[in-house]
Design a protein around this ligand. Structure first.
Ligand SMILES: [Mn+2]
Length: 307
């Protein structure tokens, strides 16, 4: 019990935005505050994130998280109890940087919570870099990729002018070639090589909402239906629901090619819940419903479940 370490942490199995924010914010606080901050990546990073770290030239040595040793903690890309470790030391958190609704603000009694309705937490971290005059190429390049990743190349519904402005400031200094952007998005399909069950768990989040506890798997794939056996999804969702002890489990499949989303439910009770979210009679069986726009958990599911 040393109480000597400072951590920057995100949720388990973070996406590129969560991982990039942990690494970049730990670096920025270390150089600008004369105290060492360690980035923590719980679980695994995905192939897209590995590509970005490699491209930006960032060598990442994982640091285990020890709540007892923590002097202070910074939380990025989440502020939801259900996405943080058990026995998480909420009182030690001094800063939260996020862009998700439905968080547990009240738990962070000693923290400044910077939570904005924008496309990427990386945009906020990029702004902190510019505000503090830190223009490290590897970190800003990684954050630029994270903004593209999380806004789905500026096509996600949560995308804001602020994301575009921060991305522009980064690429004015350090351009990102189109070829590399395409290579990053191509990595998303790699998750499917381990089978559909692993793919659905690769970006699966549990939400404690006012309406119910819900598990939602989300995949963003270019030409989704060509890569996924849609008809296999309901039974895999039922399996995941059982494994995770969840009553409601659904899938949001985003097709980056057609800019559509398909929502699939584990069972009739989940379909009824989806019907409430989207104000429609959701198909009880079969392969869900296709929406002619991109849906995201944070903009289209969670706010409705908390109403
Ligand atoms: Mn994010």
């Amino acid at each position: 019990m040393n109480n000597t370490r400072n951590y920057v942490i995100s949720y388990r199995n973070p996406d590129t935005d969560g991982a990039a924010c942990s690494i970049a914010l730990a670096e920025l606080l270390t150089v600008s505050e004369n105290q060492r901050y360690d980035p923590v990546l719980l679980g695994n990073i995905n192939e897209e994130t590995a590509f970005v770290l490699n491209y930006a030239g960032i060598d990442f040595a994982p640091v285990p998280f020890c709540a007892e040793d923590a002097s202070s903690v910074v939380v990025v890309d989440t502020h939801h109890r259900s996405q943080l470790p058990e026995d998480f030391p909420f009182h030690k958190v001094r800063l939260v940087v996020d862009h998700h609704s439905g968080g547990d603000d009240h738990l962070f009694e000693n923290a400044f919570v910077d939570n904005r309705p924008i496309g990427a937490a990386a945009s906020i971290v990029a702004e902190m870099y510019f505000d503090r005059g830190c223009l490290k190429k590897n970190m800003l390049t990684m954050l630029g990729f994270a903004i593209l990743s999380n806004t789905l190349n500026f096509s996600a519904p949560s995308t804001s002018d602020f994301d575009a402005k921060m991305f522009q400031k980064i690429t004015d200094l350090y351009p990102l070639p189109d070829k590399s952007v395409a290579a990053m998005f191509a990595k998303r399909a790699a998750v499917l090589q381990q089978g559909l069950h692993a793919a659905l768990l690769s970006d699966f989040k549990k939400f404690e909402t006012k309406r119910a506890d819900v598990g939602i798997s989300q995949l963003e794939i270019y030409d989704l239906q060509a890569h996924i056996a849609i008809h296999e999804i309901p039974s895999i969702l039922r399996q995941i629901a059982e494994e995770q002890g969840l009553k409601y489990c659904m899938f949001n499949g985003v097709d980056l090619k057609t800019k559509t989303s398909i929502v699939i439910c584990a069972d009739p009770q989940t379909a009824a819940l989806a019907g409430e979210i989207f104000h429609m009679d959701f198909p009880e069986s079969g392969y869900g419903h296709t929406f002619d726009r991109i849906l995201l958990r944070k903009t289209d599911f969670i706010p409705a479940l908390n109403r």
